[in-house]
Design a binder for this molecule. Sequence first.
Ligand SMILES: [Zn+2]
Length: 419
Amino acid sequence: MQPIEKCRACEGKKLKLFFDFGIQPLANSLLKNPNEFEKSYPLSLSWCEDCNLVQLNHTADPKELFSEYVWVTGTSSTAKMYSQVFCSEVLKRSEANENRYILEVASNDGTFLQPFLNKGFNVLGIDPAQNIVRIANASGMPTICGFFGRGLAREIIDKHGYPQIVIARNVLPHVANLHDFIEGLSLCMDDDSVLALEIHYAKVILEELHYDSIYHEHLCYFSLKSVEKLLNAFSLFVYDIAESPISGGSIVLYAKKVKVREEETVQRYRDIENVGMTNELSSWQSFANRAFQHRQQLLNIIDEEVKSHRHIVGYGASARSSTLLNFCGIDTGQISVIADQSHLKHKRFTPGTCIPIEAPDDVMNSKPDTVFIMAWNFLEEIALILKNDYRFKGRLIIPFPHPPKIMTIEEVLDGYYKR
Ligand SMILES: [Zn+2]
């Protein structure tokens, strides 16, 4: 596989490599048996000198990545709760018009369209994963199967007209052809339409050291500066920004096709990126060095548990945990099994590290001493399940945000309830 020759956003050729993870399997390609042959691809990051976008150097085939998908949004109660907040935040920023509809690109099972549907709006979802689209339609969420871009955008407006609101949550980093995708969003909008674009925020990734979010599906890691330049190139203008808890730290950008008065949040984000040096190469070089230190700290914690004969299991076989396990070289020597709530993952094995994945009931019945919270961005949700469903009183390994630590459930939930 050849590395990219130019920046995915601005097409500049001055790409500076700063972090090489080596050859890694696809993070969501769970194995059906531990001896199965698996394809692996180079995984490394570059920074564009022209637009400062942080991105992968290689593009895996999107059909291989997204046609059969194992992440179902509705399995997370955190995502379900946030979908209500997201709905009211979006409606605050758009003149609701019952004659028009709400379009979501990469709508998954429709969890985020559901609150709009409940309020009486017409909605339409689009998603490339056939298995997920079947789930969505079967539950009454109108969803088209396809990869979004100019072509599909034209078909949609021909058939349905312009939507009032276009939602694109955590999809932009997955897109290989950014120009086709952003132009598609722009084509779907008239001067009244509002775009709500949610991205895992590069500033949080940098500062909290979310190197586990780097895997083949996430081609780009956007800051306001890098995404704004790209949006402007297709006549989309950011006028407001909100925070989101998704992925451990995201932002929702609100944009229109016409320039309107910017809310003060936009300039505030530009300022904090300047002060935090979010868009500087030196910051990302130090990110890579810190990731290697983090790996050593985490391995020291796990070794200590193993030496003390504590039985460790994992919780949350997410795509992110795949990078973490492979980068740190953690396998069945340290962790015997991983619990996951999604039945689509049960009786499968983690890519590259071959750790079995089972239902939480089966894993917790093995009476672990320590639970490694791999899906740490759902920490509180998982801590509540461990406490209420399994009366678990052991230790938790929490890898992120930096530095990795060991805590009890009480310590985690104390922080949760005090908030
Ligand atoms: Zn660039």
